[in-house]
Design a protein. Sequence first.
Length: 134
Amino acid sequence: MSGETSPIAGGATQNWITLAAMIIVGALALVSLYMGFQAYGNEDIEIAFMYMIIGTSGFIAIGYAFFRPKPTSMDPLKTKKFDVITTLECPQCNLKRVRAFQRGDYIYKNDEPCTRCEGKMIITSIHTRKEEKK
Ligand SMILES: [Zn+2]
C-alpha cells in the first residue's frame, strides 16, 4: 500500500468533480488575471484590482484544495496504540512471565523454556493493553 485509499462508493466520481472544479476555477482565475492586466493597461486600476483579487483568490482556493491534508491519510485507528501482551506460565514451578506479543502466539502454546526450571512455559493469556500516555 502506498497511501492510496481503497475506493469507496462514489470516491472516484468525487475526485473527478474536484478536478473539474479546480480546472474551472483555475481557468476563471487565469481569465480574471488576464482581464486584470488588460484593465491595468487601460489604467482602470479599480477594475484591475478587482480582477486581481478574483484571480488570486481562485489560485488560493486551488492551492488549498490541492495541498490540504487528506483526511484518509491519517488513520484514526493508528493514533490509538494498543499493546498486545502475552502471559506465559510454567506449569511446573508456576513462574509467570509477561512479554510483548509475538507473531504465532496462541493460548496453550508451548512456548519458551522456563528460566527457573526445566519445564516449558505455556501461554496462558493474550490480551491487549491500551496505552494511556498523557
Ligand atoms: Zn518453571
